[in-house]
Ligand binder design. Structure first.
Ligand code: HEM
Length: 459
C-alpha cells in the first residue's frame, strides 16, 4: 500500500518545530526535579527567581531570569513556591493575565487555611487560569520518572482549555491524569498527600482489636489460670507461646473477613433478586479494604510460621524433652509410639504448609504491580478459588491441631474453650455458606442475577 503523503525532506533536515517553553517559579527541590523532567521530555524550561544570579544549581539547559521576564516568555507557569510566599504574585498579576498557572503546593496540616492554596492563588491573580495538579507527586518521584505506584496525577481547575494544556504536559511526562473537576476540588487534592494510609486504617484497627482481645483471653487461660489454680509462674510463655497462638488466630479470622462481604453481597443479591440495587455503605467500605485485610492476615500468618520455626530451639522445649527422656531412662521404659499422634502432627503441619504456600500466592497476586499483569479471569481465579482453598487448608490445619481435644474436658479451663476453637467458628460458617452458594440451584440463580436478570424485571 502506498503511503498517501511522503515528506520531501531527508530525515533530520525537516524544519523541526521549536520545543515548547514552560516556566517554573521556584528553584527548590520540586522546581528543580520538575525542570529536569521537562527538559528530559523535550520541553524548554525557564525559571523565574527572586535572585536569578544566586539560586543554586539548576538542570542543565534551563534558563533563569526574574519572575516577570520568565512569565512573559511562557503561556504555562508552574508555581513551585510555598503558599506563605504567594503574596508577591499579586504584584505580578499584570504579567500573568491569561496564563495557565499550575499550583503544585501542599500544606503541612489539614485545614490550616480557610481556602485551598489554589483558590487563594486564583484570588491573587484573577486574570490567570489556575489549575491544581502535580501536588501528589514528590520531587523524588518526579526525578525517577513515573513508576507503577505513582503513575497517577490528579488535576482540577475552572478552565477546560487550561486543564487540557496541563493534561498534555503530564501525559508527555508519562503520567496518567485524573480530572477531579473544578477548582472547588482543590482542597480535596491538597488533603491527599496528608493522608496516612487511609485504606489501611480499618484493617489495622481490626487487627489490633482482635490481637488485644485474644491476647487477654490467652493470658487468662495460660498464665493467670496456672498461677491461681496451680501456683505455677508460666509468665515466660507470653513471649513465644502466647504470641504463637494470637498471631495465627488473628490471621485466620482476618482471612475470613476478606470473604464474608462477598458472601453477604451474594446472599443480598439472591434475596433481592437483582444486582441493580446498591449495597449498604458499610458493605461497600468493607469490600474496598479486603486487599489490606488479606495482606495483614498474611503478615500475621508469616509471624506464626517464624515463631513455629524456633519451637525446637526454645529452652523450655529442650528442657521438657530432656526431662521426659531422663524419666524414661530412669524407669527403663520407652513411651509407646502412637500412630494416631504421628498422623495428627504430620497432617496438621502439612495442611499448615500448603495453606501458607497458597496464602503467599494469593497475597502476592493482590499487589498492584502483579495484579495489573493478570487478566480479570486470572485475578478472580486466584483471589476467589485459591483464596477459598487457602481458607480451607488453614481451617483444616487448625481442626487437625485440635484433634480430639474438642471432647477433652480438661481443655475447658474455667469453662472457657481454647482460643483456636473460638477462632474456628467464623471460618467454619464461611466455608459452609460458600458451599451453599456453590450448590447448582443457587449458583445458577446467582449467575443469572449477575448477568442482569431481575426477579421483578421484564424478562
Ligand atoms: C497452630 C505449624 C501455617 C493457623 C500451629 C502449631 C504449629 C503450627 C506447630 C501449634 C503451635 C503450638 O503448639 O503452640 C504451622 C506450620 C505452618 C502453619 C508449620 C506453615 C508453614 C498456618 C497458617 C495458619 C495457621 C497459614 C492460618 C492462619 C494456626 C492456628 C493454630 C496453629 C489457628 C492454633 C493456635 C493455638 O491456639 O495454639 N501451627 N502452621 N497455621 N496454626 Fe499453624
Amino acid at each position: 500500500v502506498k503511503p498517501e503523503s511522503v515528506s520531501l525532506y531527508p530525515l533530520g533536515t525537516a524544519a523541526a518545530p521549536e520545543p515548547e517553553l514552560l516556566c517554573i517559579f521556584g528553584t527548590g527541590d520540586f522546581g528543580r526535579s520538575l525542570g529536569q523532567r521537562l527538559l528530559q521530555t523535550g520541553y524548554r524550561g525557564v525559571y523565574g527567581s527572586r535572585s536569578p544570579h544566586s539560586c543554586g544549581p539548576l538542570p542543565q539547559g534551563a534558563q533563569v531570569m526574574s519572575h516577570a521576564a520568565a512569565a512573559q516568555l511562557a503561556s504555562l507557569v508552574f508555581i513551585c513556591i510555598h503558599r506563605e510566599n504567594y503574596s508577591f504574585l499579586e504584584t505580578l498579576a499584570p504579567h500573568l493575565t491569561g496564563k495557565v498557572l499550575v499550583d503544585v503546593s501542599n500544606n503541612l496540616k489539614k485545614d490550616l487555611y480557610p481556602e485551598a492554596n489554589a483558590e487563594y492563588l486564583q484570588r491573587l491573580v484573577p486574570g490567570a487560569h489556575v489549575v491544581k495538579s502535580f501536588n501528589t507527586l514528590s520531587a523524588w518521584a518526579l526525578q525517577n520518572g513515573p513508576s507503577d505506584a505513582n503513575r497517577q496525577v490528579y488535576l482540577c481547575g475552572n478552565s477546560p482549555e487550561a486543564k487540557q494544556m496541563v493534561v498534555e504536559v503530564a501525559t508527555k511526562l508519562g503520567f496518567t491524569v485524573l480530572d477531579r473537576g473544578s477548582l472547588y476540588a482543590a482542597r480535596e487534592l491538597e488533603d491527599f498527600p496528608l493522608q496516612l494510609f487511609p485504606e489501611w486504617r480499618l484493617p489495622l484497627r481490626v487487627a489490633v482489636g482482635l490481637s488485644a482481645s485474644f491476647f487477654f483471653y490467652v493470658l487468662i487461660r495460660d498464665v493467670i489460670y496456672e498461677y491461681v489454680e496451680q501456683g505455677k509462674d508460666t509468665s515466660f510463655r507470653i513471649m513465644v507461646s502466647l504470641a504463637n497462638k494470637v498471631f495465627p488466630i488473628v490471621s485466620l479470622i482476618m482471612l475470613c473477613l476478606c470473604y464474608v462481604p462477598g458472601l453477604i453481597a451474594a446472599f443480598l443479591q439472591l434475596y433481592r433478586g437483582t444486582k441493580y440495587k446498591r449495597f449498604p455503605d458499610w458493605l461497600d467500605r468493607w469490600m474496598l479494604c479486603r486487599k489490606q485485610l488479606g495482606l495483614l492476615a498474611l503478615g500475621f500468618a508469616s509471624l506464626h510460621v517464624l515463631y513455629t520455626l524456633i519451637i525446637p530451639i526454645r529452652y523450655y522445649v529442650r528442657y521438657r524433652l530432656a526431662a521426659i527422656t531422663i524419666s524414661q531412662i530412669q524407669k527403663n521404659q520407652t513411651d509407646e509410639f502412637v500412630t494416631g499422634m504421628a498422623w495428627r502432627t504430620d497432617s496438621y503441619y502439612s495442611m499448615g504448609i500448603l495453606g501458607f504456600a497458597l496464602y503467599l500466592v494469593v497475597g502476592i497476586t493482590s499487589l498492584p504491580s502483579v495484579s495489573n499483569a493478570l487478566s480479570w479471569r486470572e485475578f478472580s481465579f486466584i483471589q476467589s478459588k485459591l483464596g477459598y482453598l487457602t481458607l480451607f487448608f488453614c481451617t483444616f490445619h487448625t481442626y487437625l491441631y485440635g484433634w480430639n481435644k474438642f471432647l477433652n474436658h480438661s481443655s475447658y479451663k474455667w469453662y472457657t474453650p481454647p482460643p483456636y476453637m473460638l477462632a474456628l467458628v467464623l471460618p467454619s460458617v464461611v466455608l459452609v455458606f460458600k458451599l451453599l452458594v456453590l450448590l447448582p440451584c443457587v449458583d445458577r440463580r446467582l449467575t443469572r442475577i449477575r448477568q442482569g436478570w431481575e426477579k421483578d424485571g421484564p424478562h
